[in-house]
Design a protein around this ligand. Structure first.
Ligand SMILES: [Zn+2]
Length: 397
């Protein structure tokens, strides 16, 4: 084949590819100025607006008035961002420094042809195609470096739907404690509400936690052991051992996260403060955790003081006491009794300043004492006696 014929053949192939791409773009939908509840096949919002008719949400269109920041657009964050986009959220701010890799393909959202692209860029392209009504801001950086942290603070405090207003909610979908602590620090300082999310390394459990600075426990109030002991988590990464992940668990946690976001923003149902998921047992613990007055985070303690002040200034509500009738069982032929499974040690740890824990949930550890010195004041006096003599004395007691 002559080189001209080869070139002509190549041009034909390229032309047909261009045609395909063009028709793809033409098929994409145009922006929609007003959300309508009209039930027609061409209305992308008809099923969402039906929530109004069903009496679940008073004013679904309000979804367009909100801006949400998603920090980390990996297995959980990308799916959460897609859900919010399909729901018609007003604006999304996406933060991530990673690139799409083929090793991510066990999860939802990203596709093999996007490998090598930055996650935020790939996400924005896909999401804009799904819903061009949503406004996007993307940042391809690590929020934990000093300069980026300042910029991150600036965007969550000024990147709302109207410039110079804060975002309505921050969703943490990061995979390391350092980034969680950075979000925690920023949100405590700004008084910004946020929802933390996490999936375990073995891929079979996860949780979400709604954090209202000063009102509910922050990430530093009851820190994971790695944070409490000031361990550098990078030293925990074992060579050649990679964390497991399942698309199922990640999508369930993303679903919890966005469901809670919708309930909070659109005022329906009960907003969860902590919702856990244990896939092996199908166990979903929920609870509310109060902030720790001795939290390491200075801004958390300040927010707690301000919250207490606001609460004290509120007019007192008279709560009518409801008397519960004592349950009596007349016939208990078999003498069945309920026995607590909690040990005395466990219930002692769950008392006092420590937050109240829901049934089935227990503390993994108690916070280590900062100083290595024994400051209890009780010391054993120095003695010249040998160990054998001391043992002899103990036996004689
Ligand atoms: Zn705190």
């Amino acid at each position: 084949m002559s080189s001209i014929a080869e070139l002509e053949k190549k041009i034909k192939i390229l032309e047909s590819e261009l045609e395909r791409e063009r028709s793809k773009n033409e098929r994409g939908r145009q922006k929609i100025a007003h959300m309508s509840s009209e039930v027609v096949d061409t209305n992308p919002y008809s099923r969402l607006m039906a929530l109004k008719r069903m009496g679940i949400v008073d004013n679904y269109e309000r979804i367009r008035d909100f801006a949400v920041a998603v920090v980390g657009v990996g297995g959980v964050g990308s799916v959460a961002a897609e859900m919010l986009t399909r729901c018609g959220i007003g604006k999304l701010l996406l933060f991530d420094y990673d690139k799409v890799e083929l090793a991510n393909m066990n999860r939802l959202f990203y596709q093999p042809h996007q490998a090598g692209l930055s996650k935020v860029e790939a996400a924005e392209r896909t999401l804009k195609e799904i819903n061009p009504d949503v406004e996007f801001e993307i940042y391809n950086y690590n929020i934990t470096t000093v300069d980026n942290f300042q910029h991150f603070m600036d965007r969550i405090s000024k990147g709302g739907l109207k410039e110079c207003t804060p975002v309505d909610l921050v969703l943490s979908c990061v995979d390391n404690f350092e980034a969680r602590m950075a979000i925690n620090t920023a949100c405590n300082e700004l008084g910004q509400k946020w929802i933390e999310s996490g999936v375990s390394e073995n891929a079979v459990s996860g949780h979400i936690q709604f954090i209202i600075p000063g009102e509910t426990s922050c990430f530093a109030c009851a820190p994971p052991l790695v944070v409490a002991t000031h361990t550098d988590e990078k030293t925990l990464k074992r060579e050649g051992v990679c964390a497991a992940s399942l698309p199922t668990t990640m999508a369930i946690v993303a679903g919890f996260l966005v469901q809670n976001t919708l309930k909070y923003l659109l005022h329906f149902g009960n907003v969860a403060y902590y919702l856990g998921y244990n896939a092996l047992e199908d166990f979903f613990p929920t609870m509310v955790m109060k902030p720790n007055p001795q939290c390491d985070d200075n801004y958390c303690r300040q927010q707690q003081a301000e919250f207490q002040k606001r609460e004290a200034a509120k007019p007192k509500q008279v709560v009518e006491e409801r008397k519960e009738e004592a349950v009596t069982h007349d016939d208990n032929d078999w003498g069945i009794e309920l026995v607590s499974e909690t040990t005395e040690e466990e219930s002692r740890l769950a008392e006092g300043d420590t937050p109240h824990l829901t049934e089935g949930v227990k503390f993994a550890y108690t916070k280590p004492v900062q100083s290595a010195q024994n400051d209890s004041g009780v010391t054993v006096e120095k003695t010249d006696q040998s160990l054998e003599e001391l043992m002899q004395q103990m036996k004689g007691l």
